[in-house]
Design a protein around this ligand. Structure first.
Ligand code: ADP
Ligand code: GLC
Length: 485
């Protein structure tokens, strides 16, 4: 019997994406299908989702949900079985799913995502016709209230909830007076509930009540139990260590396939990496860099936030002439970082910067850069280093979170034994980043070593196959545990 999974998230590729969460939510269902798990994905009815689900079947009318007319609409889009929470007053807004045009959080985010979780909990309880999940996967704070609602509901079926944390930096913290507005009883406002330093903590409540907490790499699962990375939740996470697991992300190897990728100037496979030279020229041209085939072309594709450590890169740019390195940076985010890279690009023909979000250009950078740099201060998993491995761009990464789990450092032994795939350096330190870059440049000059790194990387399995198997095993165990309670 296939298992029916309800996956609840605030983003899904290719319809709505601000980061890796969308990639995961969009790609995991196909991989889980191979493990006998059928996924129904519940997402908010943003404009792109409404457009994709035009003509879908209305399976439930709420009348009002936290003050807004709402209904659940089911349909297929982008190869996914989708359930849309169609609440135009909450979600039919253009642009970023979380931020208004002023760049600030939408003022009603507490209600918007409580509504998403409320709908998820109603599905879990069996209150929605035709929707009978065996298990729920709630992604991040936007869906984290599902196990909280479930705990305080008296009626309905009881199915296990796995809460997957993609990034502890975002916790969904809101004023305590909203407790009643989001339909939780007074007793939920407790240390053993959603209370978090006098406010409502959606993620905190979810971690407390979920049957299982997962995160997106084994190292991050360990790190978040410590004060250095726990962002205030380390104590709670440590107390739930027995129910906390790290499962690495994969990437969609059809979307990221250098042999078929239309965004590339030249397609290639592991036996024809020389064809990458044409992509390198195309990247140099797009980013206004000199067409130097010998320069070490370092690509960055990233949100520009403190998490990603790119302020350190700004400080390390002074080394680029000495290393004969070039930078092609594609990103958007914090204004000071955008301005910093933009003005560095204006000052030097070694530095290229394109501000914005461009999926096709991200593919070209992966296919043309010699290396992809990810100098994060913390990184739950990270996907760009996985894309880099698949595309023969050598990942240069900070040794933290999922970056340390997915890249094998070119230590002399790992190189000699033939399994190194990239360069790691300690996180959050300019000297370490500079020596990482210097080490990468030296390896690049030693053409043989570089070719081996590329070949090992391209031979790595970065697909969802292994991770999907781990999720399937976990989900089956949770369903078994729940059934035997
Ligand atoms: P995070 O989710 O923390 O932003 P990940 O590495 O997990 O980091 O995922 C980032 C995803 O977003 C990747 O698919 C990456 O290619 C993509 N991405 C990030 N910035 C851009 C951009 N400016 N243009 C296109 N794609 C981007
Ligand atoms: C988050 C993390 C990133 C992870 C992604 C998908 O945005 O920052 O490390 O890869 O979620 O799980």
């Amino acid at each position: 019997m296939p298992i029916r999974l309800l996956s609840v998230a605030s983003e899904v590729f290719p319809l709505v994406k601000t980061g890796g969460l969308a990639d995961v939510v969009g790609a995991l269902p196909a991989a889980l299908a191979a493990e006998g798990i059928e996924t129904l994905t519940l997402v908010p009815g943003y404009p792109a989702v409404r457009a994709a689900l035009q003509g879908g079947a209305v399976v439930h009318e709420y009348g009002a949900l936290f003050g807004q007319p709402a209904r659940l609409v089911r349909g297929q889009a982008a190869g996914l079985d989708l359930l849309m929470l169609d609440a135009p007053g909450f979600f039919d807004r253009p642009g970023n799913p979380y931020l208004g045009p002023d760049g600030l959080d939408w003022p009603d985010n507490a209600l918007r995502f409580a509504a998403l979780a409320r709908a998820g909990a109603d599905c879990a309880a069996g209150h929605i016709p035709g929707v009978r999940p065996d298990i729920v996967q709630a992604h991040d704070w936007q869906a984290a209230l599902i196990p909280v609602y479930q705990y305080f509901d008296v009626s309905g079926a009881r199915v296990p909830v796995a809460l997957t944390i993609h990034n502890l930096a975002f916790q969904g913290i809101f004023p305590a007076h909203l407790l009643g507005t989001i339909g939780l009883p007074a007793e939920a406002f407790a240390v053993d509930g959603v209370e978090y330093y006098g406010q409502l903590g959606y993620l905190k409540g979810g971690i407390y009540f979920a049957d299982q907490v997962t995160t997106v790499s084994p190292t991050y699962a360990d790190e978040i139990r410590t004060p250095a990375h726990g962002m205030g939740l380390d104590g709670l996470l440590d107390s739930r260590a027995h129910a906390l697991a790290g499962i690495l992300n994969g990437i969609d190897v059809e979307v990221w396939n250098p042999t078929t990728d239309d965004a590339l100037a030249a397609r290639f496979d592991a036996a024809h990496v020389a064809a990458r030279a044409e992509n390198k020229r195309a990247v140099q041209q797009r980013f206004g860099l000199a067409p130097d085939p010998d320069a070490l072309l370092i690509g960055v594709v990233s949100r520009l936030t403190a998490q990603k450590g790119l302020d350190l890169l700004l400080a390390a740019l002074a080394d680029f002439p000495r290393l004969n390195a070039q930078l092609a940076l594609l990103g958007s985010g914090d204004k000071p970082l955008e301005q910093g890279f933009d003005s560095a690009a204006g000052d030097s023909d070694r530095i290229g910067c394109i501000l914005g979000y461009d999926e096709a250009l991200a593919h070209l950078v992966q296919g043309g850069a010699d290396a992809i740099l990810v100098p994060s201060r913390f990184e739950p998993c990270g996907l760009t280093q996985l894309c880099a491995l698949r595309y023969g761009a050598v990942p240069l990464v900070a040794r933290v979170g999922g970056l340390s789990d997915t890249v094998i450092d070119a230590s002399p032994m790992a190189l000699h034994q033939g399994f190194a795939t990239g360069v790691q350096f300690p996180p959050d330190s300019l000297p370490s980043l500079r020596s990482g870059l210097a080490r990468a440049a030296a390896l690049y000059r030693d053409g043989d070593a570089w070719s081996r790194l590329q070949a090992n990387g391209m031979a790595s399995d970065v697909s969802w196959r292994g991770p999907a198997r781990q999720y399937a095993t976990l989900f089956r165990r949770l369903i078994g545990d729940c059934g035997s309670r």
